[in-house]
Design a protein around this ligand. Structure first.
Ligand code: UT7
Length: 321
């Protein structure tokens, strides 16, 4: 039974922070940030905004665009590394806010790869027959995990949320659309290359992001090329079959390298890192929603989603929209 993406939505905090804004109190420059990463600005949460408020806003937009009634939804999966509370989950906060009173809601943690992990969880729970219509959300407020005292990470991250609705459909209803496959990977030997130096059970605080940027860059580029090759073989598709690359938005140089590996021209890559910076698990659904709403991504097109993040974790999803 096909599992189809029927709606998308996203949300950003009110406050935009440019590279020049950061350069006023951090030893950095617009030129350095843009050349190394492609980032021009990011959004930081303000008073009253949080991971859950952004997730709820994105969820409501996705529900509206899918045209489903909340009563039909039976699953909420939120990917986040920056929940409002240790518990309850952001997913149950979303569930309450949208007025959904049945089914199951929970969070998953896979850092920047989280959204594809969440999609895979929802896909397989629907495939099992236990659930039928899910909200899959990536939502983050990374601004709380960075400090101006570490310029190597402070300039890279931002806040935001993106959501999709996925539903099981009959072959006739789906008309060829649906999730073709999700593939998840991790290698915990690299856990010390990208981590937070705090945590509930260690320092009783969230801590800050610590990253060995060069090492992460090297592995991310290599893993993404490997994912492309493996996906083409596994699903028996040609590079030319892919209409859009919707990658995790960490660094334009990593995205360019993946696009090159796919022989995809820049106009087939959804690039939002300039506008949103790295919003971790939120970056893919944010980028996807933007390109769907501005009409670039059309129904029936083949989309390749890919991500790489702390753990290391990495993942891809191939979806006929
Ligand atoms: O989303 C999860 C996955 N994360 C990623 O994929 C991130 C992967 N890594 C990267 O994107 C890149 O490694 C960075 C953008 C983080 C850094 O770029 P880089 O080209 O690897 O720079 P670098 O770390 O090698 O630093 C180069 C220089 C250093 O100075 P020296 O030692 O050469 O004198 C840094 O101290 O740039 C300096 N630097 C800065 N200068 C101005 C580091 N951060 C900054 C800054 N502003 N914000």
């Amino acid at each position: 039974m096909p599992i189809v993406i029927t709606g998308t939505g996203s949300a950003l905090p009110k406050k935009v922070v440019s590279n020049d804004d950061l350069a006023k109190f951090v030893e950095t420059s617009d030129e350095w940030i843009q050349t190394r990463t492609g980032i021009q600005q990011r959004y930081f949460k303000t008073e009253g905004e949080s991971t859950s408020t952004l997730a709820i806003e994105a969820a409501n937009r996705a529900i509206e665009s899918a045209g489903v009634s909340v009563d039909e939804l039976d699953l909420v999966v939120v990917a986040t590394a920056t929940p409002d509370h240790s518990f309850p989950s952001v997913a149950t906060q979303v569930q309450a806010a949208i007025g959904m009173q049945k089914g199951a809601a929970f969070d998953v943690a896979a850092a920047c790869s989280g959204f594809i992990y969440a999609l895979s969880v929802a896909e397989n729970m629907i495939k099992s027959g236990s659930f039928s219509k899910a909200l899959v959300i990536g939502a983050e407020t990374l601004s709380n995990l960075i400090t101006p005292e570490d310029r190597t990470t402070y300039v890279l991250f931002g806040d935001g949320a993106g959501a999709i609705v996925v539903e099981n459909k009959t072959e006739e209803e789906a008309q060829g659309s649906g999730v073709i496959g999700t593939d998840l990977f991790s290698d915990g030997r690299f856990k010390n290359e990208l981590y937070t130096d705090g945590g509930v059970s260690t320092t009783a605080s969230a801590g800050h992001v610590v990253m060995n940027g060069r090492e992460v860059f090297k592995h991310a580029t290599r893993a993404m090329s490997g994912l492309v090759n493996d996906t083409l073989v596994k699903y028996n598709i040609e590079k030319e079959d892919i209409d859009w690359l919707v990658p995790h938005q960490a660094n334009k140089r990593i995205i360019d390298a993946t696009a090159k590996h796919l022989n995809l021209s820049a106009d087939k890559v959804v690039l939002t890192v300039g506008e949103h910076a790295n919003t971790s698990a939120a970056s893919i659904p944010l980028a996807f929603d933007k390109a769907v709403r501005d009409g670039r991504i059309q129904k029936g097109q083949l989309i390749f989603f890919e991500a790489f993040g702390a753990g290391f974790t990495w993942a891809s999803a191939l979806v006929k929209f």
